[in-house]
Design a protein around this ligand. Structure first.
Ligand SMILES: Cc1cc2nc3c(=O)[nH]c(=O)nc-3n(C[C@H](O)[C@H](O)[C@H](O)COP(=O)(O)O)c2cc1C
Length: 293
């Protein structure tokens, strides 16, 4: 199975950790188009099949609106939130167990690869017209479009609207370590020092994007079996906001992507598995575990 990040970024020997640190949502795009070779590299990588850790196939399409009229672009519902973008990456997946996590995991690899190519992106899970994007990429009856992202060069200055959106979502802040990472059980914080070689993969989880910047991921280390359990601490109402689309499970897939890429880059080998019975961590929903191999 192809690796979306490597497919796009390997030629430049790009660092995923560096991309994770540099990535930021871009909502204001410059006029100049994406260079043809970059467009080709992204299109070629998106074309091959992609599978997340839960085994779901995620499909991507590159939508080019450069020839479209302003009135048509407005029908995609991103107008007002995103300005100036002419290209969009659109995801599609069949509903099933772990489908949302797999979209988060696969799509974030694309986002990070685009970052290494100097291109701007912005996860959109809510502020777009799902049905219109779905129609344009021809989704089948059992597929959904969980998220899309504009793709292009960032304009030098953010629009006033973009600044307001960032302020509203408190996009420039992240929760501290002690609220996110735990040792053995929730409530026992895992310090950076105690995390040792896992400090960087965990920091990369912390820096990740999430819907409304809610940062729902919680990670619990189980030292004796060198496992990290990934759990979801729900923000009230977020599981029902968009019918079959669970934005916070997409957030979890993004966290898994960051952790895995950073672990790989720092020389740690391991794999994702589903522990049964699921370990219980209060009201946080169990998602998956990373085990060192
Ligand atoms: C799953 C997901 C869905 C999102 N949906 C939207 C959206 O609909 N509209 C929007 O403007 N931003 C959306 N965002 C972007 C977040 O607001 C942004 O990632 C967060 O505020 C952190 O800012 P940063 O990406 O610049 O680090 C989404 C992010 C994620 C991960």
């Amino acid at each position: 199975m192809a690796d979306l990040f490597l497919d796009i970024a390997e030629r430049d020997a790009a660092s995923a950790i560096d991309a994770i640190k540099r990535r930021v949502s871009v909502r204001t795009y410059a006029d100049h188009p994406i260079e043809e070779d970059k467009k080709q590299r992204i299109a070629a990588a998106l074309d091959s099949p992609h599978q997340g850790p839960f085994g779901n196939r995620v499909r991507f399409d590159l939508l080019d609106l450069s020839e479209s009229e302003k009135t048509e672009i407005k029908t995609f519902g991103t107008y007002g939130f995103i300005s100036g973008a002419r290209m969009y990456i659109v995801s599609a997946v069949r509903c099933g167990h772990g489908a949302m996590e797999d979209v988060g995991y696969c799509f974030e690899k694309v986002i990070l690869a685009a970052t290494t190519l100097g291109l701007g992106t912005c996860w959109l899970g809510g502020t777009f017209k799902r049905a219109n994007f779905a129609r344009r990429i021809g989704v089948s009856e059992d597929e959904v479009v969980p998220a899309v992202s504009p793709l292009g060069h960032a304009r030098n200055k953010r629009s006033a609207r973009e600044k307001a959106i960032r302020r509203l979502a408190r996009s420039d802040t992240r929760k501290p370590w002690e609220e996110l990472f735990f040792d053995g059980s929730i409530g026992v914080p895992l310090s950076k020092d105690a995390a040792g070689k896992y400090a960087t993969p965990l920091e990369c989880v912390r820096l990740g994007p999430s819907a409304s910047n809610n940062q729902p991921w919680r990670v619990i280390r189980e030292e004796e079996c060198r496992a990290f359990h990934f759990c979801l601490k729900r923000t009230w109402g977020y599981d029902r906001a968009f019918k079959s689309i669970d934005l916070q499970r997409i957030d979890m897939g993004i966290a898994m992507c960051h952790f895995e890429l950073a672990a790989r880059e720092t020389g740690i080998t391991g794999a994702w598995e589903l522990k049964t019975p699921h370990p219980q961590f209060g009201d946080a929903e169990y998602v998956a575990s990373w085990t060192e191999r």
